[in-house]
Design a protein around this ligand. Structure first.
Ligand SMILES: O=P(O)(O)OC[C@H]1O[C@H](O[C@H]2O[C@H](CO)[C@@H](O)[C@H](O)[C@H]2O)[C@H](O)[C@@H](O)[C@@H]1O
Length: 217
């Protein structure tokens, strides 16, 4: 999906869920949407796609055992502190299932303050770590990640004997792109920026075109 000014303003292309569903069927289920977003949001955005989904940077999942079984301890306190900080600094607070994010796209000058505050918050509450993102800083549970999710997915029967292919546009995708490259497959970096991925596509629409071509084959 294309970047939007704020997390709740993304526009999901109408044909995307159907496209993912068709590709998943063609691959006998060996396709997963892996995202930093909360699982319930992914399900809302991609209504019509019934396949595997991993949300919250690898801690939530649909169609496989959820990596994190219980709500993280101190989650309420972490969210409350982050929401208060966002309000005081006129920034966007994103409430997530297993964490939260502060977005400074509307005011990039606040980046340093956000980073300092989130550092302090993760030092105060055990079990959380910082996840830098595009014009945002997220706090997520420690011990879960997109590359960790790929390792779990690769043990599922439908992925047996296949080479991993991962596409992503965010800094949060780099460990997963590296994982695909290191495990016999390859990564596709979408958009600008340094990446460990071997391949590159300019825009999310290029990824959708590539997926559509794979379905049509
Ligand atoms: O793993 P992803 O699916 O790439 O999600 C990563 C984060 O994406 C969202 O934030 C980003 O997109 C917003 C909407 O385009 C944009 O306003 C923001 O600046 C970006 O950082 C989402 O809000 C996060 O929860 C995801 O972790």
């Amino acid at each position: 999906m294309d970047i939007a000014p704020r997390p709740d303003a993304v526009i999901v292309p109408q044909n995307l869920p159907r496209l993912l569903e068709q590709l998943s069927e063609a691959l006998n289920g060996a396709l997963a949407v892996v995202s930093g977003r909360s699982l319930h949001e992914l399900e809302r955005f991609l209504d019509g796609f019934d396949g595997l989904m991993v949300g919250s940077h690898g801690s939530e999942a649909r169609g496989m055992e959820p990596p994190m079984a219980e709500t993280p301890q101190h989650l309420g306190a972490v969210k409350e502190d982050l929401a208060g900080f966002a309000q005081d600094h006129d920034l966007i607070f994103e409430d997530k299932s297993h964490g939260a994010a502060i977005h400074f796209r509307s005011n990039p000058a606040k980046q340093g303050k956000v980073e300092a505050f989130t550092e302090e918050l993760t030092a105060r509450y055990d079990g959380f770590t910082i996840q830098p993102a595009k014009m945002a800083v997220e706090i997520r549970p420690e011990g879960f990640s997109k590359d960790g999710a790929l390792a779990i997915l690769s043990d599922l029967v439908q992925f047996g004997g296949r080479n991993p292919v991962y596409a992503g546009d965010d800094t949060t995708d780099e460990p997963a792109l590296a994982w695909a490259e290191a495990h016999g497959g390859f990564g596709i970096k979408v958009g600008d920026g340094e990446s460990v991925a071997r391949y590159h596509l300019d825009e999310p629409m290029d990824v959708r075109a590539w997926l559509a071509a794979a379905v049509a084959r």
